[in-house]
Design a protein around this ligand. Structure first.
Ligand SMILES: Nc1ncnc2c1ncn2[C@@H]1O[C@H](COP(=O)(O)OP(=O)(O)O)[C@@H](O)[C@H]1O
Ligand SMILES: O=P(O)(O)O[C@H]1O[C@H](CO)[C@@H](O[C@H]2O[C@H](CO)[C@@H](O)[C@H](O)[C@H]2O)[C@H](O)[C@H]1O
Length: 463
């Protein structure tokens, strides 16, 4: 490994966006090192392959470079280290301080400028959507939070999402958001940054999204934060029924259901749709069972519920009604929706970030998203019970809050023109189980102290 790769081997696994937590890192290889903007050698887009257990995943690192010893205190928190590098034109090696360039507003300002110009470098291309103008000269701040990627907010006007885990091809977030441009339920897209990435199977160079620029919704409050506030309010006075509590969320849940149905309708209009044949249905159920099998291998605590989960997938495989499918959100939960002064807006159409893009682009039932959001109400109700001194006493209140909001969301979804979730229990149950299995793996890898949440839900669902 080069000195830079050695540094990255320590730094990458500590990042929130690193998907391979829990497994040792065997190899780190810088596959590509693009100078993003010709004439600006101190900003590079690295494609770094991280090998774990014989499989390599690729990540994007936006690398800032400074002369050794010149990284200011304002960027110390973003430091990756100091190393020898062979820089083009230097005729040998030089020592540089290297850091996470996403934290350097001088560098990220250049990205915004190039997006505004719709420019093409040699390897990295900047694209602006037709008919939009982008303001330059804004300063960025990195959003903090539980994110799979890294988002930069430019003076509360734009948000630039740097995709961290890279798969060859255009990111579904860009593809879907662009298809829904003009909808009041999505943040307006402005442009994107792309470069070619080799497809590991075919060797072909495929245009791949590195980042996406969108309107920043200033008045937005995260759905998860709103729901959590409602739950906290109720747990403060558990003798009150959720419907009578001051912070009741059911009205919002119902409106969210209707907004979700509207987005599903627009997605079905803008992008392909289909109806699944019995064979395709069985294949989808088989994929669910396969995910369960892999999750049980990694998380023992899931094993006691495996047969109940499999039975739900088998019932789904035997559905005797045709299943309409279309593009969906794919990783739908309360953290993916924001309440603005104009209503609910849906974000992050990337799908499950750990799944290959081709799989995420597959058509599915919109009930998959409904199931995702229903799971999220369960999460919102249960997560404040972790470590709560009165957890056993509050369990019934948690169930009542989740049930009330699940019902309200489903009513809103049907009222907003979506298929009535109440009338499709077999499909809904299979998708809820599948999502909960995904969450078991997600929590085991990223937030082990939250693993109880999906496990307890599975125990209750399967009970
Ligand atoms: N357009 C936007 N306007 C305002 N806030 C946003 C916008 N896009 C994202 N956010 C905030 O950033 C958080 C993370 O964004 P998201 O797209 O879900 O990133 P990731 O793919 O990394 O999970 C969201 O939960 C939301 O709070
Ligand atoms: O938003 P991301 O695309 O990064 O999604 C991933 O992280 C989510 C956690 O932030 C995770 O969602 C799970 O936790 C949420 C609470 O934090 C909860 O509302 C969701 O229902 C639950 O699935 C998501 O699964 C993962 O893909």
């Amino acid at each position: 490994m080069t000195q830079l790769e050695e540094l990255l081997a320590t730094w990458i696994p500590q990042q929130r966006w690193f998907a391979g937590k829990g497994l040792p890192v065997d190899t780190v290889t810088v596959e590509e090192q693009h100078v993003i903007i010709p004439g600006v050698p101190g900003l590079r887009a690295l494609v770094v392959a991280v090998g774990q257990g014989g499989v390599a995943d690729r990540y994007q690192v936006l690398l800032g470079l400074r002369r050794a010893g010149t990284l200011g205190s304002d960027l110390r928190h973003a430091s990756i280290g100091s190393c020898e590098l062979a820089l083009e034109g230097s005729g040998g090696t030089v020592v540089r301080d290297v850091y996470d360039g996403a934290h350097d507003p001088e560098l990220t300002g250049l990205l915004l400028q190039r997006l505004a110009e719709d420019g093409s470098g040699r390897a990295v291309r900047f694209r602006r959507l037709p008919g939009v103008a982008i303001r330059r000269g804004l300063r960025s701040l990195v959003l903090t939070g539980e994110q799979s990627n890294t988002s930069l907010v430019f003076d509360e006007e734009y948000i630039l999402k740097l995709f961290r885990r890279l798969w060859p091809g255009h990111n579904p977030d860009l593809e879907v958001t662009a298809a829904l441009a003009g909808s009041p339920f999505v943040a307006r897209p402005y442009g994107w940054i792309e470069a070619d990435l080799a497809d590991p199977h075919t060797g072909d160079q495929v245009p791949t999204t590195l980042a996406m620029l969108q309107e920043y919704l200033r008045s937005a409050t995260d759905g998860w934060v709103l729901a959590a506030t409602s739950v906290r309010d109720l747990y403060g006075s558990p003798e009150i029924a959720p419907a009578d509590a001051g912070g009741d969320f059911a009205g919002e849940a119902e409106r969210l259901g209707s907004a979700t149905a509207a987005v599903h309708r627009d997605l079905a209009r803008a992008l392909p749709t289909d109806v699944l044949s019995p064979a395709a249905l069985a294949a989808m159920a088989g994929a669910m069972a396969g995910r369960l099998h892999r999750a049980v291998r990694e998380v023992d605590a899931l094993a006691p519920y495996a047969s109940a989960l499999r039975a739900a997938f088998d019932a789904f495989a035997r559905l005797d009604a045709p299943l309409p499918v279309q593009r969906v959100h794919g990783d739908y939960h309360l953290g993916q929706v924001v309440r603005t002064d104009g209503g609910w807006v849906l974000l992050d159409f990337e799908g499950e970030p750990a799944v290959p893009v081709a799989e995420r682009q597959r058509l599915s039932s919109p009930l998959r998203d409904v199931a995702g959001m229903l799971r999220s109400f369960d999460y919102a109700a249960r997560h404040q019970l972790i470590g709560h001194p009165r957890a056993p006493e509050l369990a019934g209140t948690a169930r009542a809050w989740a049930q009330r909001n699940r019902e309200a969301f489903s009513v809103g979804y049907a009222y907003g023109g979506g298929i009535d979730p109440e009338k499709h229990q077999t499909v809904l149950r299979a998708f809820e189980y599948d999502k909960a299995v995904y969450e078991v793996l997600y929590e085991a890898r990223h937030r082990p102290s939250w693993l109880r949440i999906p496990l307890d839900s599975i125990a209750a669902l399967a009970g």
